[in-house]
Design a protein around this ligand. Sequence first.
Ligand code: DAH
Length: 378
Amino acid sequence: MAYTVSKLTDYSAAALERASAELLSALGDEAAAVKNEADWKGFRDRWMARKDGVLTQINERWLKNAPKEVKRDAGRQVNLIKEQVEQKVDQLKNIEIEEDVNALDHGPEAIGRVDISLPGARRPIGAEHPVIKTTNEMVRVFQKLGYSVAEGPVVETDYYNFEALNFPPNHPARDTQDTLFIAGQQGKPQRERLLLRTHTSPVQIRTMEKMRPPIRIVIPGTVHRNDPPDASHSPMFHQIEGLAVDTNITFGDLKGTLDHAMKEFFGSSVKTSFRPSFFPFTEPSAEMFVSCFICGGSGRRGSDPCRPCKQTGWIEILGCGMVDPNVFEFVKDNGYDPKKVSGFAFGMGADRIALLKYGVDDIQLFFQGDVRFLGQWA
Ligand code: DAH
């Protein structure tokens, strides 16, 4: 039988005591039956609701009609009851929250009161990888000059990676690019055989097949070579390639463009220097150096030799040259008649530039995924 508040007629101390004990024992019994949030709400309302809760009832039935001389004692008794009821309701509310937290599987450390003043669980946000950051910054420099971004496949055919770039089949120039070949391609004609592209240059051809001149493109991407990993080599690395084709493009345009780009990227005080080189797909070809942005070109850091530039004051940054007419022959039908158009191209290693820019001494650090290292760019 559920407890009901009876009207008090006997206001003796003993009678008050008896009525209180009966009420508190009912409070204890009902509290013990509270098992979930809905139970707790019912319990709270039954005892504390302003309209007809047990506390309101004892006010009505015990206090209101109490004779003057006992009112103070009865009032004190009712206040004690009130305190106990409030305490029980509060206490059960806490138990309820603990159960909720456990239900959410926050683990054993969550047992206990929830301290809502503690900071929430921080979810670490990712950061741009230093090589990607370097790539994006370099690409941006060329985008500001009007270049658009082009991309191509990493698994490439012999034709795009070599043949159309003027590396004839079996030509020794192919040996300069230690190629990783896809297995089981021997049944195909050589130009269709698949490999991992050794440079981003095949995207020059792919883009010229799709877009008629004039074009200005910058090509970021991953490339692979059969190099054992060490502090300066990785079988996978990143390049940024460029190509500009139009009528009357000259070596002066190449020099002006690249000199401007290097000043924009490394700072306006760097100088550039071009030295003759060879690439099958450019003629003439050059290697471009920038004055060492670490030692300012002096080759020394205080009394120590400058290591990044090997004390020369110059750092090799990229290969470049005027597009070889033989390359245009492969895309002649799309408007690239070597008698009418000319162009320049360049290609650089993004990882190498990131190593130099951030003073990192081992390329492997870029690919080990250690957040203690990568977090430095967050
Ligand atoms: N593809 C060359 C390499 O990976 C780099 C390069 C040199 C790209 C000269 C060019 C260029 O576009 O003109 O070694």
